[in-house]
Design a protein around this ligand. Structure first.
Ligand code: IPE
Ligand code: IPE
Ligand code: MG
Ligand code: MG
Length: 286
């Protein structure tokens, strides 16, 4: 990759993250404390001022590639709201019991578990409101988000993750768990981008295949990054890709998945940024 492309990609990611941050803060979270100020504060704490906005970027860029000029900001916000809700709940003592999220105290450390639980709930509800912003596609968008966040996605993935603690699971079981826990929402980012662009079902499937493959690679990379730390996954003896492969094998596997993902969209014009983005995720350091 040439440096100039890297810079272009970095700028695009930053601009999108800034636009999504502004929409989240202004359009979606500004009134959240109207009835219970502490709830609004906890929601803003969980969503704003951090996060790589990977899901938002995928959604916005895929929408632009498939139909130049499309603004999928509301869908990008819906994805980030649902993602943030899952992180609030994931960090709670009953789940991973993590005290730090995005470099600051996790929501329950800052506001207490009861408020964090409510903030997570309210973020889920708000995510669906954001997904329904475009009336013409509201039912389809809400379905996509529901299937990513509910029993077809995150909720089952997280349940299997918790149940895997201290148990030996197979590599296939781990892949299924990770696809549900993380992959479905990343694939949903692609599907919502395609929906915003009014793309065909076949096109949406290709971009979802791209996102799903880089989503699994994302998780493999996450395990590689976590391996250097004494994070909760290790403390709790959770299965990771490094339970099945050496770090070098894991890096090769992540590269292979990334190439497979890129192959799914190569035939479409204007995908250079998405192809570079897939490579960028492989070498991320946080
Ligand atoms: C963290 O996701 C949880 C996983 C699914 C591995 P991200 O790494 O996308 O978290 P943020 O949004 O950038 O904080
Ligand atoms: C969090 O997964 C993923 C979801 C909340 C769906 P992890 O527990 O593996 O990620 P981190 O390490 O807390 O970010
Ligand atoms: Mg977890
Ligand atoms: Mg966790």
């Amino acid at each position: 990759m040439k440096p100039i492309e890297q810079n272009g990609l970095t700028r695009r990611i930053r601009e999108d993250a800034d636009a999504v941050e502004a929409a989240l803060a202004g359009r979606w979270l500004a009134d959240a404390g109207t009835h219970a100020p502490l709830l609004g504060e906890a929601m803003r704490w969980a969503v704003l001022g951090g996060g790589k906005r990977v899901r938002a970027f995928l959604c916005l860029e895929i929408a632009r590639v498939l139909s130049p000029g499309t603004d999928a900001t509301d869908y990008a916000c819906a994805l980030e709201l649902l993602h943030a809700s899952s992180l609030v709940h994931d960090d709670m003592p009953e789940m991973d019991n993590d005290e730090i999220r995005r470099g600051k105290p996790s929501c329950h450390k800052q506001f207490g578990p009861a408020i964090a639980l409510m903030a997570g709930d309210a973020l889920i509800a708000l995510a669906f409101r954001a997904a329904a912003s475009d009336e013409e596609n509201a039912a389809a968008a809400v379905s996509v988000l529901s299937e990513a966040g509910g029993w077809q996605g995150i909720a089952s993935g997280q349940t299997l993750d918790l149940l895997s603690e201290g148990r030996r699971i197979s590599l296939d079981e781990l892949k299924t768990l990770q696809r549900l826990k993380t992959g479905r929402l990343i694939a949903a980012a692609a599907e919502l981008g395609a929906l915003a662009a009014r793309a065909s079902a076949e096109t949406a499937r290709d971009f979802a295949a791209y996102a799903e493959a880089i989503g699994l690679a994302f998780q493999v990379t996450d395990d590689l990054l976590d391996a250097g730390e004494t994070g909760s996954d290790r403390a709790r003896d959770l299965a990771t890709f490094l339970s099945f492969m050496t770090p070098d094998e894991a890096r090769a596997y992540a590269s292979e998945l990334t190439e497979k993902g890129k192959d799914a969209i190569r035939k479409y014009p204007g995908t250079e940024i998405l192809l570079s983005f897939a490579d960028r995720l492989l070498v991320r350091t946080c």
